[in-house]
Design a protein around this ligand. Structure first.
Ligand code: PLP
Length: 432
């Protein structure tokens, strides 16, 4: 095995894949168990050439790939593993850094701090926020609520909107906190007048909910938290990158007052899975909750190791890809991508609105459109199934006001107006 030869072949495969991905069926068209059945049930005794791995990827595994890299991927929250991110992942694996202490990888720690700080500046957050990278928003929210719990002993309630991501409920369950879902208004925003925070350790507000990208009233929630001494965690996992654009920044009103904020570059910032940035203005509370330094990890440097701010001890070099993305796109490039996605979502919403028999189902702020076809939930669900099994595009759904609605989420850097138009044509074709 030589890295040069096999590496050249792997890179060639990767480049070729990205060139043809638009035309592959977006949702994997396989049955459960089908991919596994194609592979030997037992591992090889003798090593095989890497070329065999690459051949199986092409001929046996590719059918089982749902193509998140497709410009025609519109489900959940679409994303992009962009070129700088892909190459940085290769280099990060090559360097194989294990960040347990500053000294085990000074570059990992310092680049992580720098990249998070660059992104903080781009989003217009104050310098009081200190960031680090987690694997996912779920972990980030768990970490934030763990810090909030430690900061308010005896207070066990967590308030969040009934439309908050399930990761909030999961974190509450793990931390043995009592989750109190709060009703939303007619725009799917948490109703702050329903907060009763006397025994609350935290409120999780969302800017860009998963179901409809609704925006909770963060300023009012922040005031309530401040008055009650409760921690405010803002989940902007999907929508956060939109704060790069000055004209969208008003949608983030109040988030500067948060105790912690999570934004996922692996959702809408061209960064390959996984990369979730968690900032806090209360770094001491995180340290209080997570700093354990056993004897074998004691070192002479006067540095707060990133492992003292989060659950894992060892961390991988995720910062390299975030830094590469920020450098290679530049703020302007990222803003252009986000603006184009917001524009395309507006176009799509216009087509839906202008077509009899179709209706928009939620206010639109970012790059997500919620809509449905006249008819029953079952009709809409069957329509979505037909659209997705065509393989031409992939959309997902949500439940709003107890109705099944379709979601078109734009987030792939390669998506063009033609791709969005194709989604609309396929929807109309299958509805007919
Ligand atoms: N928060 C919001 C608003 C989300 O939409 C999602 C996932 O879609 C999450 C959190 C969880 O993200 P992750 O997969 O990074 O845990």
């Amino acid at each position: 095995m030589t890295l040069r030869d096999d590496g050249a072949a792997a890179l060639e495969w990767a480049a070729d894949y990205l060139e043809r991905v638009r035309d592959l069926p977006v949702l994997a068209q396989v049955e459960p168990g089908e991919i596994r059945a194609r592979l030997p049930a037992t591992p090889p005794e003798q090593g095989e050439p890497f070329a065999a791995v690459l051949a199986d990827l092409e001929h046996k595994l590719l059918d089982g790939v749902t193509h998140w890299q497709s410009p025609r991927y519109f489900a959940y929250f679409a994303n992009t593993g962009s070129e700088p991110g892909i190459l940085a992942e290769l280099l990060a694996a090559t360097l194989n850094q294990v960040g347990i202490l500053w000294r085990t990888s000074p570059v990992l720690q310092e680049l992580e701090e720098l990249a998070c700080d660059w992104l903080r500046q781009l989003l217009g957050l104050p310098g009081t926020f200190v960031g680090h990278i987690e694997d996912s928003a779920s972990t980030a929210t768990l970490a934030a609520l763990g810090a909030a719990r430690a900061a308010a002993p005896g207070r066990r309630a967590v308030y969040t909107s009934e439309h908050a991501h399930s990761s909030v409920a999961k974190a509450a369950r793990i931390l043995e906190l009592e989750l109190r879902p709060v009703e939303v208004d007619d725009a799917y925003r948490l109703r702050p007048e329903l907060l009763e925070l006397a025994d609350a350790c935290a409120v999780v507000a969302t800017i860009g909910t998963t179901s409809s990208a609704a925006i909770d009233p963060v300023p009012a929630i922040g005031d309530a938290c401040e008055a009650a001494g409760a921690w405010l965690h803002v989940d902007a996992a999907y929508a956060g990158p939109a704060a790069l654009c000055e004209e969208l920044r008003p949608l983030f009103a109040g988030w500067k007052g948060a105790d912690s904020i999570v934004v996922n570059p692996h959702k809408w910032l061209a960064t390959p899975m996984d990369c979730s940035v968690l900032w806090t203005s209360r770094v001491d509370a995180f340290r209080e909750a997570y700093s354990f330094v056993p004897e074998y990890l004691r070192a002479s440097e006067d540095v707060v190791n990133l492992s003292e701010l989060s659950v894992p001890l060892g961390r991988r070099f995720r910062a390299l890809k975030l830094w590469a993305v920020l450098r290679c796109f530049g703020a302007d490039g990222l803003r252009a991508m986000i603006r184009e996605h917001v524009r395309l979502a507006g176009e799509f919403a216009g087509w839906v609105e202008g077509e009899p028999g179709w209706a928009l189902c939620a206010p639109r702020h970012f790059s997500l459109v919620c809509f449905r076809r006249d008819g029953s939930d079952e009709d809409n669900e069957a329509l979505l199934d037909r659209v997705n099994s065509s393989g031409e595009v992939f959309l997902s759904h949500a439940r709003l006001d107890d109705r099944f609605v379709l979601r078109l989420a734009i987030g792939n850097a390669g998506t063009t107006e033609e791709d969005v138009r194709l989604a609309w044509d396929v929807l109309r074709r299958e509805a007919a």
